[in-house]
Design a protein around this ligand. Structure first.
Ligand code: HEM
Ligand SMILES: [Cu+2]
Length: 624
C-alpha cells in the first residue's frame, strides 16, 4: 500500500520524523528519563537528611544535587512532559493535520535534548553546577566549578528549543484550526497551551539575556555583576525572577488545562464557566509578570516596592480561585467515574489549594522575613509543583495514554500507584511546613540533632520512599500494560469523551483527519453525539493529502549546538585536549551548515494519494 513513499528503518524513521504525534512520544520518553534522574537525586538528598549529621552525601555533592534536581525537574522534566501532551494533543484537538511548522517542531525537540545532555555532561568534568537552580551571583561566578558553565550553556541551548517550539504552538493555534473551531470553542487545554506559549515567548527571552550576561562574565571576564567595576549583583536576581516567576505559570497553566479536560470527561458534564476559565487564564498570565520581586522581599528593595509586589501577588489568588470553584462546580452533580485519571485530577484540586494558601502566606512581605529560605518555602513550591503539575501530568498520562499507545494503562495498578503516591507526597512535604517554621533553612546538607527537627525529617524521608515505590508501580504498569493492557485499536473514543482528539481513529493515522472536520460547537464530539450521529461531519471532500518530508537536519543542527556550547565551556578548562575554538568552529559548521542546507534546498513534501486515504477511511471508519 505504502508505495507513495519509501519505507525507512525504525531508528531512522524516529530520528528524522517531523510528525507531531511521534515527537510527542519522544518528549514523553525524554522527559520521563530526566524525571527519573532528578527524582533519584531527590531520594539521595532525603536519605542524607533522614537523621542529623548524616554523612551519606558530602556538602558539595548535596549542593550539586539540589541544583541539578531543581534545574532538571523544571527545564528538562516538567516542561518536556507538558510539551509531550501539547504536541500530541493540540493538533488533534483543533482538527489539524500537524503543527504549523513540523520541521521546526522536530528542531525544537532535538535542541532541547542536546541542551539537556550538555547540562548533564557536567558530571564528567568535575561535577554539576552547585549554586542552586537560581544561580545567584556572586555564588555562580565561582570559576573553579566548571559545572556552572554547563548550567549556563546547557540552559541556553535547551532554551532555544523551548522557545521555537512555543512559537510553533502559537502559530499552530492561530492558523491551523479546523473550520468552525473559533477561539472561544478551543478546548481549555489548547487555550492554556496558547497562553503558556506566550509566556515562554516573553519569559525565556529575558532568561536567554541573563544567561548570556552570566556567560560573558564567567568565560569572557565581563564585569556586569561586579560592584567594584560599576556592576550590580541584585540585577541578576531581577533578570532571573522576571523569567523565574512566569516560569511557574508556564508549567502550571497547561496543568490547569489538563485538569480542565479530565474533570468534565469523567464528570460527564461540560466544563463549568468556560469563558471565565479562559479569562482567568489570561489574567493569571498577565499578573504572573507583575510579581517577580516577591522572591526578593529580603534583599532590601524597600517597603514601598515590597508592598506593591505583595499586593500584586495576592491578587493572583482571585483568578486562581475562580478556576478552583469552576472545577468544583463541574464535578457538582456530575456522574463521576473515579478511575485513575480522575483520582489524580480531583485530588489535584485540594492539594493545589494548599500550595496556593501557603503562597499567599509567603506573599506577606513582613512575614516572609520569617519564612525566607526555610523549608516552608520548599514545602510551598513542592505543593504547587508536585501537587499541581505532577498530579496533572499523571492525570493526563492515564487519560491520553490510549490515544498515544493504543492500549490503556491498567486501572488496578493505577489506583495502587495513586494511593502510594498520595500518601508519600503528603508525608514528605506536609511536615516540611513545620520544619520551616521551626527554622530549618533550605539548601543545607545536614543539621544538628536535638533541635526538634529529627522526627519530621525522618517522616519526610519515609514519605519519599513511598513516592519511589509509587513510581516503581507506575513503571511496572507501563510494562505490564504494553504486554497485557486493554487494547483500544479500532475504538476511537474509549472514555466516551467530549473533545475532537477522540474523533480520530486509533491508532491515529499519520495525517490525523482523512477529511478536515466541521466544528459546530464547544466540545465538538459530544455535540455530534447529542445532535448528530456521533461522528464529525467533514468540511472537505476526500482528496490527496499533503504531508511534510522527514529530515535529519534537526539532529545535525542540534549536535552542532551541543559542540558550540561545549567548545565555549572548554575555554574555561585548564588543559583542554584540543583547542576550544576548533570545537566551536566545528559546532558552528554543523549548525549553520544545517540551517543553510534547509534554506537552500527546496523541500515540497509529498502527497498521500486519494486512493490510499479512501482505503484507510473504509478500513478505519469515520467516527465511532
Ligand atoms: C517528587 C518528589 C520530590 C522530592 C522528594 C523532592 C525533593 C527535593 C529536595 C530534598 C530539595 C532540596 C531542598 C532544599 O534543600 O532547598 C528540592 C528542591 C527543589 N525541587 Fe524538588 N523534589 C521532588 C519533586 C520535584 C519536582 C517534580 C520539581 C519540579 C518540577 C521539583 C523542583 C525543585 C526545585 C526547583 C528545587 C529547588 C532547588 C534549589 O534550591 O535550587 N522537585 N526538592
Ligand atoms: Cu514567584
Amino acid at each position: 500500500m505504502a508505495s507513495y513513499k519509501k519505507e525507512k528503518g525504525v531508528v531512522w524513521d524516529w530520528l528524522t520524523t517531523v510528525d507531531h504525534k511521534k515527537l510527542g512520544i519522544m518528549y514523553l520518553i525524554a522527559g520521563t528519563l530526566f524525571f527519573l534522574k532528578a527524582g533519584l537525586m531527590a531520594v539521595f538528598m532525603r536519605i542524607q537528611l533522614i537523621m542529623p549529621e548524616n554523612s551519606f552525601l558530602t556538602g558539595q555533592t548535596f549542593n550539586e544535587f539540589i541544583t541539578m534536581h531543581g534545574t532538571i525537574m523544571l527545564f528538562l522534566a516538567a516542561t518536556p512532559l507538558l510539551f509531550a501532551f501539547m504536541n500530541f494533543v493540540i493538533p488533534l484537538q483543533i482538527g489539524a493535520r500537524d503543527v504549523a511548522f513540523p520541521f521546526v517542531n522536530a528542531l525544537g525537540f532535538w535542541i532541547f535534548l542536546s541542551g539537556g545532555l550538555l547540562l548533564s555532561t557536567s558530571w564528567f568534568f568535575g561535577g554539576g553546577p552547585d549554586a542552586g537552580w537560581t544561580a545567584y551571583v556572586p555564588l555562580s561566578l565561582n570559576e573553579e566549578q566548571l559545572g556552572l558553565d554547563f548550567y549556563v550553556l546547557g540552559l541556553q541551548v535547551s532554551g532555544i528549543g523551548t522557545l521555537i517550539s512555543a512559537i510553533n504552538f502559537l502559530v499552530t493555534i492561530i492558523n491551523m484550526r479546523a473550520p468552525g473551531m473559533t477561539m472561544m470553542r478551543l478546548p481549555l487545554f489548547v487555550w492554556t497551551s496558547f497562553v503558556t506559549s506566550t509566556l515562554i515567548l516573553f519569559a525565556f527571552t529575558p532568561l536567554a539575556a541573563g544567561l548570556a550576561l552570566l556567560m560573558l562574565e564567567r568565560i569572557f571576564d565581563a564585569q556586569f555583576f561586579n560592584p567594584a567595576a560599576g556592576g550590580n549583583v541584585v540585577i541578576w536576581q531581577h533578570i532571573f525572577w522576571i523569567f523565574g516567576h512566569p516560569e511557574v505559570y508556564i508549567l502550571v497553566l497547561p496543568a490547569f488545562g489538563i485538569i480542565s479536560e479530565v474533570i468534565p470527561a469523567f464528570s460527564r458534564k461540560r466544563l463549568f464557566g468556560y469563558t471565565a476559565m479562559v479569562f482567568a487564564t489570561m489574567i493569571i498570565a498577565f499578573l504572573g509578570f507583575m510579581v517577580w520581586a516577591h522572591h526578593m522581599f529580603t534583599v532590601g528593595i524597600g517597603p514601598v516596592a515590597n508592598s506593591i509586589f505583595a499586593i500584586a501577588t495576592m491578587t493572583i489568588a482571585v483568578p486562581t480561585g475562580i478556576k478552583i470553584f469552576n472545577w468544583l462546580f463541574t464535578m457538582w452533580g456530575g456522574k463521576i467515574t473515579f478511575n485513575t485519571a480522575m483520582l489524580f485530577a480531583s485530588s489535584f484540586v485540594p492539594t493545589f489549594v494548599l500550595g496556593g494558601v501557603t503562597g499567599v502566606m509567603l506573599a506577606m512581605a513582613p512575614v516572609d522575613y520569617l519564612y525566607h529560605d526555610t523549608y516552608f518555602v520548599v514545602a510551598h513550591f513542592h505543593y504547587i509543583i508536585v501537587g499541581g503539575i505532577v498530579l496533572a501530568l499523571f492525570a493526563g498520562l492515564f487519560y491520553w495514554y490510549p490515544k498515544m499507545f493504543n492500549h490503556k494503562l491498567n486501572e488496578k495498578l493505577g489506583v495502587v500507584f495513586f494511593i502510594l503516591f498520595t500518601i508519600g507526597f503528603h508525608l514528605t512535604f506536609f511536615v516540611q511546613h513545620f520544619l520551616g517554621l521551626m527554622g530549618m533553612p533550605r539548601r543545607v546538607y545536614t543539621y544538628l540533632g536535638g533541635q526538634g527537627l529529627d522526627e519530621f525529617n525522618m517522616i519526610s524521608t519515609i514519605g519519599t520512599f513511598f513516592m519511589s515505590a509509587a513510581v516503581i508501580v507506575l513503571v511496572i504498569n507501563i510494562v505490564y500494560s504494553a504486554i497485557k493492557g486493554e487494547r483500544v485499536i479500532g475504538i476511537n473514543d474509549p472514555w466516551d469523551a467530549r473533545t475532537l482528539e477522540w474523533a480520530t481513529p486509533t491508532p491515529v493515522p499519520e495525517y490525523n483527519f482523512a477529511q478536515t472536520p466541521q466544528i459546530r460547537s464547544l466540545d465538538p464530539l459530544f455535540y455530534e453525539k447529542v445532535h448528530g450521529d456521533g461522528t464529525m461531519k467533514p468540511a472537505e471532500p476526500v482528496d490527496d493529502i499533503h504531508m511534510p518530508n522527514g529530515s535529519i537536519l534537526p539532529v545535525i543542527i542540534s549536535i552542532g549546538l551541543y559542540f558550540l556550547g561545549f567548545g565555549l565551556i572548554m575555554l574555561e578548562m585548564a588543559e583542554p585536549i584540543v583547542s576550544p575554538w576548533i570545537v566551536v568552529a566545528l559546532g558552528g559548521l554543523l549548525t549553520f551548515g544545517g540551517m543553510a542546507m534547509r534554506s537552500l534546498k527546496d523541500d515540497h513534501g509529498y502527497h498521500i494519494p486519494k486512493s490510499v486515504v479512501k482505503a484507510d477511511l473504509k478500513k478505519l471508519g469515520g467516527g465511532k
